[in-house]
Design a binder for this molecule. Sequence first.
Ligand code: SAH
Ligand code: SF4
Ligand code: F3S
Length: 495
Amino acid sequence: MDESKFNKVDFSKYFQPPSLKAARRRRRETVHIINDFSIPGDMKTIGRGKKYLVETYGCQMNEHDTEVMAGILEEMGYQETADVNDADVILINTCAIRENAENKVFGEIGHLKPLKREKPDLILGICGCMAQEETVVNRILQKHPQVDLIFGTHNIHRLPQLLKEALFSKEMIVEVWSKEGDIVENLPQSRHGHFQAWVNIMYGCDKFCTYCIVPYTRGKERSRHPEEIIEEVRDLARKGYQEITLLGQNVNAYGKDLQNPENYGLGNLMDEIRKIGIPRVRFTTSHPKDFDDHLIEVLGKGGNLCEHIHLPVQSGNSDILKIMGRGYTRERYLDLFYKIKKAVPNASFTTDIIVGFPNETEEQFEDTLSLVRECRFDGAYTFIYSPRAGTPAARMQDNVPMEVKKERLMRLNKLVDELAAESNARYQDQVVEVLVEGESRKNSEVLSGHTRTNKVVNFRGPNSLIGQLVNVKITDAKMWSLDGEWQKEPEVAGR
Ligand code: SAH
Ligand code: SF4
Ligand code: F3S
């Protein structure tokens, strides 16, 4: 491989290694709103007649970043393709949350090697959260010379310039800024859906849960201004969107970093969005610590605010929660849970859980099972703890063998499945409102969509219903989905 490809990289300039001390300092830094995104004159038509493909491996924020990169590429004339063999630019938008997420990406980089050899003009770029990790960038530089471009989550707006460098240089281009105090407002976006849309309300995370890499890969918490968000939502309403999801790693911290004497927060924002003519509004992800009474009160007003709360608990044991740095106890979580349930009686609840955190005992794990049993969650994303280099938890000694962790995960999943089936059974014979999202993945003759409570519903009906809200009577409640019959004549819209 060409040695010069990695000789040029000065890591100290590009990376901010995980550091709690630096993070405490970063909270005080001012956020700059930038509106100066533009495509350089010589790049405006560079993509004409060419195609791009972005592969996305991460969370909703990552998927939304893909929509922004797609928007930028389309402004340069590139067209989307779903076929790697057809693409002139391939970007891999990566996730660093767990080791297996990273392994998948390295597998894909390996798969693309022969293609790059066959088509030397192909530009292969790696971006997203893994690009923020020094170890990952080093590994790519040393072992994967087929990669042309690496850029971080704070460099997306620089894509045109970076692509230009990659096109005209023989070296691997690496740009990963640790600079994170900015919000670029005028980026284009090419939304994937025509009736569902994601709207970022904030970026970054300052929670620093001890196991988590996100505060390092996404930078400090920074909220968009309410006017910008509301304008975007109004625009989506005008364009006929049926559902929006407000996005952030910790949406309940919305507003905390704004110059904000009135303490304008997520509750205020949702209260304003409630008045906009979009039928469904969701938000994710909530952090229990910052979920305040005002937000609960606003959610209780219903209307377009959907009755689904994703409220990650991570563990049901207060000692583990403390070591995780979550900032709440089991009791506080349960108090919050019941408070929301009271204000929004029809709400469905989902959660995230980590099993096998370092030194988790059997009793501590059973506390998680008992909390899950008590909350009777509609669903849960469950994970085995995965050490992330540079995080405090990764430095802890761990006495729990992997077989024990796997066995705990299986026990937890069994309970989660039972509760999911139980919660779905309550929908039997009810009429529910469904946003029809498309043909079912398993059967193209069946349409599929979600209820306001985020349950998957499958039913037969004409494709013309796609993108519409319809009523469906549930005839068969399964564990993870509901089968039903389309009600041509509108009945009472249930939940
Ligand atoms: N901001 C959200 C979660 C984002 S990451 C929140 O605070 O709830 C999504 C989920 O991945 C987390 O809720 C957690 O359950 C899981 N996760 C994060 N880091 C992990 C790690 N190191 N090992 C295993 N699971 C992890
Ligand atoms: Fe990670 Fe915690 Fe931030 Fe969620 S709140 S992204 S788990 S640090
Ligand atoms: Fe993964 Fe980054 Fe999202 S680590 S979960 S893609 S914020």
